[in-house]
Design a protein around this ligand. Sequence first.
Ligand SMILES: C[S@@+](CC[C@H](N)C(=O)[O-])C[C@H]1O[C@@H](n2cnc3c(N)ncnc32)[C@H](O)[C@@H]1O
Length: 460
Amino acid sequence: MNKKFTNKKQHHEKDVIITIKRLGINGEGIGYYKKKIIFIPGALPDEVVVAKIVKSYPHYLQGELVRIKEKSPDRVAFPEGVDPEIGGLELAHLSYEKQLEFKRNNMLESLRKYHPRNYAKYKVKKTIPAPDEWHYRNKAQYQIENVHGKTKLGLFAPNSHRLIDLPKMPTQSEDTQKTEREIKVLIEKLHVPVANFRRHLPGVKTIVVRQSEASKEIQVTLITIGHKIKNLIPLAKEIMKLDNVVSVYQNETEWQNPQVWGNKTEKLLGKNQIMEEILGKKFALSPRAFFQLNPVQTVNLYSEALKYLDLTPDQTLIDAYSGVGTLGILAADRVKQVIGIETIPEAVKDAEHNVELNHIKNADYIQGSVEKVLPELKNSGVSIDALIVDPPRTGLAKKLIKTLLQVKPETFVYISCNPSTLAQDLVLLSEVYDVRVIQNVDMLPQTPRCEAIAKLVLRK
Ligand SMILES: C[S@@+](CC[C@H](N)C(=O)[O-])C[C@H]1O[C@@H](n2cnc3c(N)ncnc32)[C@H](O)[C@@H]1O
């Protein structure tokens, strides 16, 4: 083998010609060079491209697209004026119709890879398209940096510390972007310190702007390193004067924290929560509580999930990973009782508040992890006959699956945001459940990510 390609992470200048065979799970083009798999972001199936090999690993090569020699008919123009390296636009060069196909194929591919029992018989339905392919994100979470007196505001290029200044992000709503830019100007005007990682100087690190689709209310959170930041309150007062802004929060984090958010959140000015509305129910949201990023498409996601739940009035529904209580609240009038389980205390408080807002009398929330709380519920004699799980990308804990295989809820719907962990969890769950249907719902157009709803039915 060429010596050049044996050294891990060695850089190469050599251009090679590759025919792209398919897309990988992250939307990158996949081809082969000297029998080794090569990943080329930005290339599409059936294209012939010139690529640079930028990194070589024992089992694969990482390529960079240099030029397209033969173009795919499915290629569309990448949004103008946007750095192609930005995360969140991995599929923006592929027609939307093909993006939907890709997302369904990704699910089929994951099933093939992990092969849960009878997977070939699963009915994997066509992906439900998002009503808006662009400007659908109602929450912007931009990093701020000041280098040599110039302030940059935007997103880091994936796997790097290079902050891409974002005058426009085509998947982000206009209002959230406008508010982000206005806050940047205010920070400069009021000389509010921006966190400096190289020199360890505290200040504002991230600006989070979330807007309700229904009420248009905007909640701003300034994530800071350090608590006392010069001119933070004057800044919050100015932010409160911006269009639609109803509250400003501070969240405090630490230098070493790999997460964006820290643990301390404090309201600086305005309302405690913003008010969202989905399918006629109201949801108050505090800054750290999870809520879907595409509120228009969320209506379709929840409607489909409720359809597959098929509830009856005598059932107790466990809303596992309940967030601010969305699914349980929407289902409450169809069952005897709802019990929600969620780890984040603020989200549990929001869920309890939302139950009151919607005049619901049969829903309770427990703060804790599903894997710990569910066995406790079982041992205390609660009849767990209907279950909806909506876990983060990591999927269900093995310990939880073990409990479910004993409890065997009659009605079971799994909402997943990661086909790979869904397929892995189904391997174990399919010991006692048949998978009736998998319905993909595209919440995040232009990205490789997709939400899926799986209906599980106890095998008789
Ligand atoms: C994908 S969100 C779903 C939220 C909600 N069902 C909705 O539709 O808005 C996942 C939620 O699970 C919570 N969570 C994460 N791990 C958990 C665990 N082990 N036990 C309980 N909740 C958890 C997160 O805080 C988050 O609110």
